[in-house]
Design a protein around this ligand. Sequence first.
Ligand code: NAD
Ligand code: MG
Length: 398
Amino acid sequence: MARREKQRLAVLGASGSIGVSTLDVVARHPERFELIALTAYSRIDVLAQQCLRHRPRYAVVGSAADAKTLSAVLSDAGLATEVLAGPEALERVAALDEVDTVMAAIVGAAGLAPTLAAVRAGKRLLLANKEALVMAGALFMAEVSRSGAQLLPIDSEHNAVFQSLPADYAGSFDGKGVRRILLTASGGPFLNTPMAQLISVTPAQACAHPNWVMGRKISVDSATMMNKGLEVIEAHWLFNAPADRIEVVIHPQSVIHSLVEYADGSVLAQLGNPDMRTPIAHALAYPERIEAGVTPLDLCAIGRLSFERPDGKRFPCLPLAYQAMSAGGSAPTLLNAANEVAVAAFLAGRLPFLAIADIISAVLDALPAVPLPDLEAVLGADREARLAAGKAVARRET
Ligand code: NAD
Ligand code: MG
C-alpha cells in the first residue's frame, strides 16, 4: 500500500481549549499529521510544552518579550523551532506553502486576519473562530469561493449540520429538499435560575457550564445565549441558510448536536457525548473517520433527552442576533464587537451580567448598519462599535 502523505497543520490558538483538544487528537495519529506551526497569545507555558512535544517548525506568540522567553526554553532543549511574534506572523504561518490545513481557534475578532489569510491562501480551514465569520460573513464567503479554500466547521452544532446535510450539498436548501436547520442549545448554567438572581451572578458562575469545558469568553456567551446567536449567523453564512429557516431548540443534555429537516419530514441529527474532540477529529480526517478518544455514547445511561423553546426575555441576546442578521451589512460586526467588549467588562467585574445585552442593544441602536465592501470597512465598523460599547460600559459605572 502506498504510504499516505502526512497532513501538515498550523494550529492558531494552540494553548486554548480547542487548541489543546486538537493536539490531543493529533497526538493519537502521528502517522497522519505533522504540526508545522503553533500559536498562542497567553498561557505561553502551555505553548512551550506543546512545542517540546510536537517540535513544530514555527511558534508564534503575541509579544517580543514572550518570544524571547519561549526561544530560550526551546533552544535550551535543542529545538530548531523558529519563534515569531505579532499579528503579521500569525498571517504568515496561516498562509505558509508547507501548511495544508489551518485550525482557526483564536478567540474573538483577533482571529479574523489570520483566518482570512488561510482562506486567501486556499487552505483547508477548520473553523472554530466563529467571531471571524460573524463579523465578516459576506467578505469571508466571497474569499472562500474565490480561492477554493475548503471550509470545515468545528463548532459542534455546525459540524453536526454539516454531517446531516447531503454530502454534495452546495449551498442551496431548495435544491436538496432541505426545509430547516435546527440548532440545539444547552441553555447554559442559567437556564432555570430565577431572573432576580441573574442580576448578581459572578464570572465564575457564568463560566461553570453544565456540559462543556471551554474558554471564558465562549462560556459567558453560552450563559447569555449570545453564543447561539453568533451560531445562527454562522449557520446562515456556512450553509447559505435563510434567517427564517434556522431555528434554535433548547436541549439541556447536549447529546444531539443539531439537526436538519427535509421536505419529506425526515429529520437527520448527529449525536455524541459533548466532547469537542469529535468535531475536531471529524474535520481533521474528513472524509475519513478516526479515533478521537471520546467516551462512547450510552443512551440508556442518559435515559431522557428533553427539548424546549428558548425564552427571548430570559436570553435577550438571541433576538438581538437575529435582529442584526436581518439588518445585514455591518450589523453583525457591531453586535460581535459590542458583545466582546461587554463580556470582557463582565469578566473584569465592571459590568453586571444582565447589562451585557443592554450594551449590545445600545450599540446597535446608536450605529446604523452600513454595507461592508472590504476588510478595511469591517475593521472600521469593529473599531467604532468597540468605542461605543466602551463608552456605554463607562456610563453605567458612573
Ligand atoms: P480559549 O480562550 O480557550 O483559547 C483562545 C486561544 O486564542 C488561546 O490560544 C489564546 O492564546 C489565543 N488568543 C487569544 N487572544 C489572542 C490574540 N489577541 N491574538 C492571538 N491569539 C489570541 O478559547 P476556546 O474556548 O478554545 O475558543 C476558541 C474559539 O473556538 C472561539 O472562537 C470559540 O467561540 C470557538 N469554539 C470553542 C468551543 C469550545 O468548546 N471551547 C466550541 C465551539 C467553538
Ligand atoms: Mg457551538
